[in-house]
Design a protein around this ligand. Sequence first.
Ligand SMILES: N[C@@H](CCC[C@H](N)C(=O)O)C(=O)O
Length: 281
Amino acid sequence: MKFTKMHGLGNNYIYVNLFEETLREEELADVAIRVSDVNTGIGSDGMILIAPSEQADFKMRIFNQDGSEGKNCGNGLRCVAKFVYERGLTDKKIFSIETLGGIVEARLHLNGENRVESITVDMGKPRLRKKDIPVVGDPESEMIMEPVEVDGNTYRITCVSMGNPHAVIFVDDVETIDVTNLGPKLEHHPLFPERVNVEFIQVVSRDEIIFRVWERGSGVTQACGTGACAAVVAGILNGKLNRKVLVHLLGGDLEIEWSEENGKVYMTGPATFVCDGIFYK
Ligand SMILES: N[C@@H](CCC[C@H](N)C(=O)O)C(=O)O
């Protein structure tokens, strides 16, 4: 199977171009697990498929390291956008990408050599109702700073869906949080029937946050694009942030804006090619 490894701020996936390659539906989860293995595979946070779409210019499917299918991936969308343009699948500079979480629009920022330097993705409107995340409880209500107990400690959680589910927790100092211990306990908490991505956020100012993540199905990663969007939305809902925020992730920075005019979230950041290769299935 031909593959390309790419990363968005260190959040790295094995990309398979289904315009050229064929994978059977029943092998997708297994191939995702095997390519992700750092010892016996290639090593990655998961696998992303770039495919034709009937409703948009392209379709992206994301599989986490554990083989589960995610509904959206912010860093993956920027990488897909760079891939389709630089590998000649399109010459459009603005195009749509279908995900399981909805259709988004990517806008390329090119440098003088026609290379994609960064990408802005219109991630659509955040969803806040419990039934849309999903979170157990009154389906029409929102989960804003609700107390949740883990190991005798109480965490105030705000939940946001960016097509995929996020639980955002504001902390005084992210360095003191044991993400590896707390992350999986919240990911598998009975409140979240489809599990959840967990973000720990330190507010530096109304325009700047520090971000750490435990991703559903992949664990600690260097960055999470949908998580950064969810964190900024949660910060604004709780009166902590302005509409445009610089997010410092382990792998670098993203600019996130939640537009007051149209209610959509815009994510801007880079995408990077690592290598091409052949994986022996
Ligand atoms: N890394 C991603 C999100 C990937 C999917 C997520 N783990 C899920 O299961 O929802 C991003 O950049 O958004």
